[in-house]
Design a protein around this ligand. Structure first.
Ligand code: 5GP
Ligand code: MN
Length: 341
């Protein structure tokens, strides 16, 4: 049996809003990952079965290795279809905000959502959500938003309406946000849910294969290059850093998703508990941070780069040159020595 994680009054309130809404938009965060798409498309398939008119909207494109997901081709990419994105938000009676906790995480869609007259329901697992929704279901102890979507559907008494497509998407998000059930994945409830999803006919081995064994040749060569040439180890801080310039990305024909997961690799080195990946973008630098154990990457990210996220996985942005971001990181590291144990 599932524990009742989501508060009953939230379920009641969200259920009533859902009953009263026909035009629904589901929005997730910039640079959508497996959980952003898994939760959004999982809910999308469920709402289609319920007979609702529903659209999934994300600020920018997602990686090719998630393109196989059913419904992925129906997603509106805000950056490419600005007019349509605006129209969808303006016409919506209900907006689901999935896998993000602050409007900043949906980039240019933020002001449109903020000003929309639609009811808003947040379902998310990032700490400290902003207060911009009518119902805020925020459960940072749950390892994926996709798991929360499963719980939400069950709690509304509609497990039977969840089809195989929805189950596949939900499984994908649960899998990707736990590194294929290798971190944040000790709750027995996760495996209860997986067994229910298997009961819907999903093929979990095939899903793993589609996500993790589906990379381009360029990505694998780039991975070899960064690990051999670019990874720096700071043994006294149990830390690893990988950096990547625009020129290097050009050399390896970098595409969105090609560096996803690189930040996790140094954590497989004995004794390394903190790993950072810094990548130059057109007008800023992206930082990804991961840790094992109790080191709070979100605190580091927020204090050093104004970013945020979870304890073991966070991110940030730096508006300046790559070298300055690296300098900032190296200067900050000694201040965290006591936490890097
Ligand atoms: P990633 O390294 O995969 O881009 O991000 C890991 C996690 O960090 C995301 O799931 C998200 O929770 C968080 N995150 C990434 N970038 C930012 C950011 O710029 N600001 C905040 N507040 N959180 C971020
Ligand atoms: Mn997530």
């Amino acid at each position: 049996m599932l524990n009742k994680i989501i508060a009953e009054n939230f379920i009641q309130k969200a259920g009533k809003i859902l009953d009263e809404s026909d035009k629904i938009v589901i929005i997730s965060h910039v640079s959508p990952d497996g959980d952003a798409l898994g939760s959004s498309l999982g809910l999308y398939h469920f709402l289609l079965e319920l007979g609702k008119s529903v659209n999934v909207l994300v600020p920018n494109n997602f990686p090719d290795f998630l393109r196989w997901m059913k419904g992925a081709n129906d997603i509106t990419i805000g950056e490419r279809k600005e007019k349509l994105a605006k129209e969808l938000i303006e016409a919506a009676d209900l907006i689901f905000c999935l896998d993000f906790n602050t409007l900043k995480r949906i980039d240019h869609l933020g002001p449109l959502v903020e000003n929309s007259k639609a009811k808003k329901i947040m379902i998310d697992h990032h700490p400290d959500p902003d207060d911009f929704c009518d119902v805020t279901m925020s459960y940072p102890d749950i390892s994926s938003t996709s798991e929360l979507i499963f719980r939400f559907i069950c709690r509304m008494g509609m497990f039977d309406i969840m089809d195989k497509n929805a189950a596949e998407c939900i499984y994908t998000g649960m899998m990707t946000d736990t590194g294929a059930f290798t971190f944040n994945s000790n709750s027995p409830q996760i495996y209860y849910i997986i067994s229910e999803l298997l009961g819907k006919g999903i093929n979990k081995d095939e899903i793993y294969d589609k996500v993790y064994n589906n990379y381009s040749e360029c990505r694998i060569r780039l991975q070899g290059y960064v690990l051999f040439e670019k990874m720096k180890i700071y043994p006294e801080y149990k830390t690893a850093l990988i950096t990547l310039s625009s020129a290097e990305q050009e050399r390896f024909q970098w595409k969105k998703g090609d560096t996803e997961g690189f930040v996790n690799i140094p954590l497989s080195i004995e004794g390394i508990i903190f790993s950072v990946f810094i990548r130059e973008e057109k007008d800023m630098v992206r930082i990804s941070l991961r840790s094992k154990g109790t080191f709070p990457t979100n605190q580091f990210s927020s204090e050093v780069f104004g970013g945020g996220g979870h304890l073991n996985a966070s991110g940030g942005e730096f508006y300046g040159k790559l070298d300055n971001a690296i300098e900032l990181f190296e200067e900050a590291l000694p201040n965290y020595k006591q936490l890097l144990v």
